[in-house]
Write a protein that binds this ligand. Sequence first.
Ligand SMILES: *Cc1c(COP(=O)(O)O)cnc(C)c1O
Length: 231
Amino acid sequence: MTTIQDQLQQVRQRITAACQTAGRAPDGVALLAVSKTFGADAVTSAWQAGQLSFGENYIQEAVEKITALRDLPLQWHCIGPIQSNKTRLVAEHFDWVQTVDRLKIAQRLSAQRPPQLPPLQVCIQVNVDGGPTKSGVTPDAALALAQEVATLPRLCLRGLMCIPEPATDFVTACALFARARALFDTLNQAGLALDTLSMGMSADLEAAVASGSTLVRVGSAIFGQRSYPIG
Ligand SMILES: *Cc1c(COP(=O)(O)O)cnc(C)c1O
């Protein structure tokens, strides 16, 4: 087994243990392997250990990897900020986009999604802790944005995603994740059939699972320390 395969196994065990502690079914939490800054060989190694879904932040870097690995049956999630001039590349290459936080970006992704591909699966990114520099729609504006995104023909709205500031302790982390969970429930009560709540990373996946995450995004715990810093 490679180090990546070994670490992937450990992350899967952490998810299973967190589900047990929370009284949740272990198959209720999916794992997205965040491969940003790591090469196609690292992705291939994870794929050989059964990992099919990968997350990328940088569009150009991602498109090169996706193209190099197009013969593997992988699913690619865009989890980085998207500028208007990158929407076409995203619409053409990714399966999922988790970082929709403006109607304009959603409209462009829908218009630019190639007709031969299935609809792009999207999550709305919510800024649950109000950090001024961070991406994400405010919780107050999430329902209105979600209702508009749900009408776009080439997008399929699946849920919400959040990246709270790293908390120093479990209880604080849970309190932030609980805001996303409450919003998720509110949107579902409003009639949007959401099934994905994307939250939790290497350092805080246990708190996210305890708070209702259905998809954890894990990078460094699988692939190792990144050699250049990425937001
Ligand atoms: C980099 C990144 C991750 C993974 O972070 P790790 O701490 O390496 O697990 C998850 N989500 C987003 C949005 C990221 O940018």
